[in-house]
Ligand binder design. Structure first.
Ligand SMILES: [Zn+2]
Length: 462
């Protein structure tokens, strides 16, 4: 255990000197303003909008709280500020051949680059799990196998400081390969779970391409299904996803399993899918395999409830009537490719970077994923309902019933559309929140006490 943040950074008001360097910012367009003179910041100094748009030195990360440093507390996605932290996990490129030049022919009948929130095959329920893989995912795979139920996993390649999924030392590669072997569908959920509306066009493309490189390393194919984090994807985002050959999958059943430990998720799920019979309805459900409750309890409940109502549990591709060969494309030709017959390239060890390089064993035995600070995960809350008070104009997602899908209503009995905390958005967070207890333990307390003592002595002596 070691405190990664220097003493000066513990006190937000005492910003370290920042050198002024003429030049260009790392990213020159998008929502973040381009400074005319770029400030550079070393370890412990302020960075980002709260520090005059200062950009951390090479290899350093700009934490969500606006300080330069290294390690998971500073570098993990999606919190690390990509435009100001060159070392952010979200800025790292996985080893392997780039898919930037892969042809993107559009095949099958499921449309590309548009919002798909509903299944089309009546009598089916597609369970989807986002933000993994994580340490709980193998147990979920066991549950699904025991029930002979396929599901869909939207993979994030390098979030929450868990390491790059295609790095053999991360322990996640065989878990994703097992998903395919067990008959599940794998889609992309970006490289580091960024809000696609809050990053630059170049960063947005990299979020897609980097996850493709990692998944090609693991599976030998590129998914054609994608889910945007937080369901946030503006016109530019949809256009890009269309160009890159993605079906953009959202959902019409939000279990809200991230809220209060999943306390209401079972009743929410049950109330929605029991609204109408399998003869006239079909559902696309959202949950998260990074949630312990979801894996230990909710998954089995969702399976039992759907089966007892007479629904068939399938993958997203199946509930859209899309054959498995269309769920992926060949990284060389871009043509449809069934993942079960694909061969990934030989494993490649990624260069050691930021939080990905921490705590991983170099042992030749099969590595196991390690538990990390789970507060680093930023789960997919539905967009905030339009407030009418200005500022946030994100439209609400009303979870719809079969009747509303037929156009009869957009306000459905038994369906909840409420204001929720926008846990995906940027928010000012005191620096203390940034040091996960599992990473630094008592060092934080010790550092604060010693730091305060030093200041008192210094002032008393002066
Ligand atoms: Zn997500």
């Amino acid at each position: 255990m070691r405190l990664r943040r220097p003493f000066t950074a513990l006190f937000a008001g005492s910003a370290a000197p920042i050198a002024l360097v003429a030049g260009h910012s790392l990213e020159n367009d998008g929502p973040q303003q381009r400074p005319t003179v770029v400030k550079r910041a070393g370890a412990g100094a302020g960075c980002g909008p709260s520090a005059g748009n200062a950009i951390c030195d090479a290899g350093l990360c700009c934490s969500e709280g606006g300080f330069c440093g290294t390690g998971g507390a500073f570098c993990s996605g999606p919190a690390c500020q990509l435009s100001y932290g060159p070392g952010c996990d979200g800025n790292q490129v996985p080893a392997g051949t780039s898919t930037s030049n892969t042809p993107r022919p559009k095949f099958g009948n499921v449309p590309y680059g548009v919002d798909i929130s509903h299944c089309s095959v009546k009598g089916q329920v597609a369970l989807t799990f986002d933000d993994g893989p994580y340490i709980y995912t193998p147990e979920l795979l066991d549950t699904l196998k025991r029930n002979n139920v396929p599901a869909t996993f939207f993979i994030v390649g390098n979030n929450a400081g868990k390491g790059q999924v295609s790095d053999p030392t991360s322990g996640y590669t065989p878990i994703i390969q097992r998903m395919i072997a067990d008959g599940h569908q794998v889609g992309s959920h970006t490289w580091s779970h960024q809000d696609m509306n809050a990053i630059t066009p170049q960063q947005r493309r990299a979020q897609i391409i980097n996850n493709e490189i990692a998944l090609v390393n693991i599976l030998g194919v590129i998914p054609t299904y994608f889910r945007p984090p937080y369901t946030r994807c503006g016109a530019d985002c949809y256009q890009l996803l269309g160009e890159l050959g993605y079906r953009v999958v959202n959902y019409d059943v939000d279990t809200r399993d991230w809220e209060n430990g999943g306390a209401n998720s079972k009743s929410v799920y049950q109330s929605i899918i029991s609204q109408s019979s399998p003869a006239v309805s079909q559902w696309l459900s959202l949950a998260h395999d990074v949630q312990e409750f979801t894996v230990h309890s909710l998954a089995q409940f969702m399976i039992d409830t759907a089966k007892n109502l007479g629904f068939q549990l399938v993958t997203v591709g199946e509930c859209l009537g899309d054959p498995p060969s269309n769920w992926y494309r060949d990284p060389s030709t871009g043509q449809p490719r069934d993942a079960r017959g694909a061969t990934p390239p030989p494993p490649q060890r990624v260069p050691t970077t930021s939080s990905s390089s921490t705590g991983k064993s170099s042992s030749t035995s099969a590595p196991k994923p390690t538990k990390i600070a789970e507060t680093n995960f930023r789960l997919d809350a539905p967009p905030i309902t339009t407030s009418g008070t200005g500022g946030n104009t994100t439209s609400s997602r009303v979870v719809s019933s079969a009747s509303s899908r037929a156009g009869s209503s957009t306000s459905t009995p038994g369906v909840v559309s409420t204001r929720v905390p926008d846990i995906g958005g940027r928010r000012a967070v005191p620096m203390q929140e940034y040091i996960p207890a599992t990473r630094v333990g008592g060092s934080v307390t010790l550092g604060l006490v010693l730091g305060l003592a030093c200041m008192v002595l210094f002032w008393a002596g002066g």
